[in-house]
Design a protein around this ligand. Structure first.
Ligand code: AMP
Length: 289
């Protein structure tokens, strides 16, 4: 495995891989890799001939008061992990390599899909995501690109971008990976103190309760979101951002009664750390088990 810092060097390596007949898989990440990212890398290694892990803390998707400077950047450990999983390349560019003029050509998905959930709490966030992902797609030219359901809204936004711009790439979405106790794996979990780590479990626990409610036959979205809000409110270290339910995968308003698959989505601050989590109900059966 090799680490590439420039587009030119990466493209040369990709060209020879393609000449050798390999299909290219891309796993876009911001680094500080964990088992959630590893699940995407494993899938890409299995399903394509040349897996490229991009590691880039993308400044344009952070708001002015967010954690861009503090975001963990353990590049050497990330490269070791990617290599141990069988990836062929890590692409870790500097900001100037990705934004050469400093005045980006924005790529933006408009409308409802980016106006709800994180789109409401983090203005311009998805514009930053789609801009950098479009750049990565143009640089790498993958036939498959891998995203996690952890960022369920982001995955649908990227899918919409690729479809609307006729990008010749399959956007693959893989399941959300959790710690043994249920906490969704996230690079931001390193910010949590041990008491905050314990408090952060309230996200998973309330989602699990909401899932159980649906299992018992509850179909009123408002009743379920009221339960979620009450549970988060009862945890003194957590401050709710949103608790909402949308149809899945379209992310439309479910109306007064849930009558198909839904995504229950939560965002909350624990201390100064903003965490997101979600549950898709009913869980899709694994097709390739
Ligand atoms: P990030 O580095 O946080 O920008 O994430 C890069 C990719 O890894 C995104 O597609 C995320 O959805 C995915 N990812 C992050 N955490 C998890 C997780 N716990 N389970 C599955 N995928 C994840």
């Amino acid at each position: 495995m090799k680490t590439y810092r420039t587009i030119k060097e990466l493209r040369a390596a990709l060209e020879s891989a393609r000449q050798g007949g390999a299909s290219i898989g891309l796993i876009p990440t911001m680094g500080a890799l964990h088992e959630g990212h590893a699940s995407l890398i494993r899938a890409a290694v299995q399903e394509t001939g040349f897996a490229v892990v991009s590691v880039f803390v993308n400044p344009t998707q952070f708001g002015p008061t967010e954690d861009l400077a503090a975001y963990p950047r353990p590049l050497e450990a990330d490269c070791r992990l990617a290599e141990s999983l069988g990836a062929q390349a890590v692409f870790a560019p500097e900001v100037g390599e990705m934004y050469p003029s400093g005045e980006p050509a924005w790529v933006e998905v408009g409308g409802h899909l980016t106006g709800i959930l994180c789109g409401r709490s983090r203005p311009d966030h998805f514009r930053g995501v789609t801009t950098v992902v479009a750049k990565l797609f143009n640089i790498v030219g993958p036939c498959r690109a891998y995203f996690g359901q952890k960022d369920g809204q982001q995955a649908q936004v990227v899918r919409r971008m690729a479809a609307e711009l006729f990008m010749p790439v399959e956007v693959v979405i893989k399941p959300l990976i959790r710690e043994a106790d249920g906490l969704a794996l996230s690079s931001r979990n390193v910010y949590l103190s041990s008491s905050q780590r314990a408090a952060a479990l309230v996200l998973f626990k309330s989602l699990a309760e909401a899932g159980a409610c649906l299992e018992r036959g509850e179909r009123e979205p408002q009743k379920i979101t009221a339960l979620l809000k009450a549970r988060i409110k009862a945890e003194p270290l957590a401050e709710l951002d949103y608790a909402e339910i949308y149809s899945f995968p379209e992310l439309n308003d479910p109306g007064p009664e849930i009558c198909g698959p839904v995504m229950i989505a939560l965002a909350a601050r624990v201390g100064s750390t903003r965490l997101i989590d979600n549950l898709v109900w009913p869980e899709k059966p694994a097709l390739d088990a």
